[in-house]
Design a protein around this ligand. Structure first.
Ligand code: ACO
Length: 448
């Protein structure tokens, strides 16, 4: 099969959110810590009527409707998520309700889980399936869905929630350049969820930042080596129009891109001009470990990278800054932001993506874009996702209300025998919502 990739996309995030500026004041953090320090504008979150299952039901149903895809035409469905609900029963099985109704139960695939990386694993599985001899000619469908919530404390403003659905097949407008891809996988305890009666992770924030940057360096080095073997020329940030990062919060994305530039400097790549060389020269002698600790290097490389960041990264940051860390959906929400902002000029361009999941697992991979054919065209994907309208129609809740909802959700996590308020007044028509968890922990949903 030729040009296998993403044919269509849909994104859903909750209509409920809190401004980071407001949360910052409420938490007693210094002014600017969440907005400038973390680089975040707003944070989306689920109320008691929404969860990862309802969000993914909404995203899948909406994708099938908007692109007029017959549910019988889906042959593989993969979900990436790290939000634990039924442990052994996959989120994928809940989504089967949409397909069973149409008489299609012949759909391979289950859930993939490893922190924020599961969505990428699911995506690769679907692409590989379409490219393989097992392919039966039908579409693959990938869903990345998470509700990122943290205990009170410094990590809380880095939450978020969303579901992204992606249709996979041949002759796509968003094609995988599978040769330009590298992974870095290691055993680290930076973020994990060993406490099974809580939705909150155990997280070592500082360690997770360093692990992220180390994985980024390793993947980038390996991508450069592979590209150079393949093309017999050097790879640098000049060889891709855009860089899309997994976005726990925007500041880490700024640091990550600066790190790529520093890598280019160390490799003496053509993307680095004389003035940049001069500014970065003092850091040439730092050991790898020292380079992760150096505040001066961080600041200088971010400063040198700024004009390139504005051009190659900024257009990817809209949804992650507005919604927060969506875990598995975060990278694809950043990519959706790029399609939203630049769909007119993306044809012919290469876009590099970096996926990171704590624990840790990471891959950098390349996509090549073309306009495609309606309904699977870049411009139609942008208009179907309707990002501006979705962001505009959100409701900002007060911090007291947010805290109250977090407390209710803590109480409800793993609980049975309750009905929700069924208050779906804030939800858009067509949104699925949770109505009840019965005495056997079975969950029930309705559609507005
Ligand atoms: N104005 C402007 N900037 C400020 C202010 C202020 N008033 N106050 C602090 N800052 C800056 C800091 O200088 C720092 O920026 P810098 O790193 O560029 O120096 C930034 O704000 C954050 O401040 P810290 O003191 O480092 O924040 P803290 O340690 O309280 O928490 C952290 C940040 C560790 C990211 C926390 O939110 C966390 O643990 N999040 C979850 C883990 C995470 O997301 N890890 C990322 C990879 S793994 C994953 O995806 C889950």
């Amino acid at each position: 099969q030729k040009n296998v990739g993403i044919l269509a996309m849909e994104i859903y995030f909750p209509p409920t959110c809190i401004q980071q500026e407001v949360l910052e004041a409420h938490d007693g953090a210094s002014k600017g810590k969440y907005t400038i320090g973390l680089g975040q504008d707003c944070m989306g979150f689920c109320t008691e009527v929404e969860d990862v299952i309802s969000m993914s039901l909404t995203a899948v149903n909406s994708l099938l409707e908007k692109y007029a895809v017959d549910p019988k035409q889906v042959g593989r469905l993969e979900v990436g998520s790290e939000t634990v609900i039924d442990k052994s029963k996959s989120i994928k099985t809940f989504l089967m309700q949409i397909f069973e109704k149409c008489g299609n139960s012949d759909i391979e695939g289950v859930d993939s889980t490893n922190a924020c990386y599961g969505g990428t694993a699911a995506l690769f599985n679907c692409v590989n399936w379409v490219e393989s001899s097992s392919w039966d000619g039908r579409y693959g469908l990938v869903v990345c869905t998470d509700s990122a919530v943290y205990a009170e404390g410094p990590a809380r403003p880095t939450g978020g929630a969303a579901a992204v659905a992606m249709l996979i097949g041949p002759d796509a407008p968003i094609v995988f350049e599978s040769k330009i891809r590298a992974s870095h996988m290691a055993h680290v305890y930076d973020f994990y969820k060993p406490i099974l009666d809580s939705e909150y992770p155990v997280v070592d924030g500082k360690l997770s930042q360093t692990c992220y940057l180390m994985a980024l360096d390793a993947c980038y080095k390996s991508v450069c080596n592979k590209y150079e073997k393949l093309e017999s020329k050097q790879f640098s940030i000049a060889d891709a129009a855009y860089f899309v990062f997994h976005s726990p919060y925007n500041k880490l994305v700024q640091k990550s891109f600066a790190r790529l530039l520093f890598n280019d400097f160390l490799r003496n790549a053509c993307s680095i001009d004389e003035s940049a060389k001069e500014k970065l020269a003092p850091f040439l002698s730092l050991s790898g470990d020292e380079s992760y600790q150096s505040r001066d290097l961080e600041k200088t490389s971010q400063q040198v990278a700024k004009p390139f960041y504005d051009e190659k990264v900024q257009p990817t940051t809209l949804i992650p800054k507005q919604v927060g860390n969506m875990y598995t959906a975060s990278l694809y929400a950043a990519f959706a932001s790029l399609l939203h902002n630049k769909h007119n000029t993306l044809a012919g361009q290469r876009v590099m993506l970096f996926s990171y999941g704590s624990g840790s697992t990471a891959t950098m991979f390349s996509l090549k874009l073309n306009e495609g054919q309606h309904p699977f065209s870049l411009s139609n994907i942008a208009s179907a996702m309707n990002v501006a309208e979705k962001l505009k129609s959100r409701h900002e809740l007060a911090p007291e209300k947010f805290v109250e909802i977090m407390q209710l959700m803590e109480h409800r996590y793993g609980a049975k025998d309750f009905v929700t308020s069924k208050d779906c007044s804030l939800l858009a028509p067509g949104t699925y919502y949770l109505t009840e968890v019965d005495s056997k922990y079975r969950r029930f949903y309705a559609k507005k």
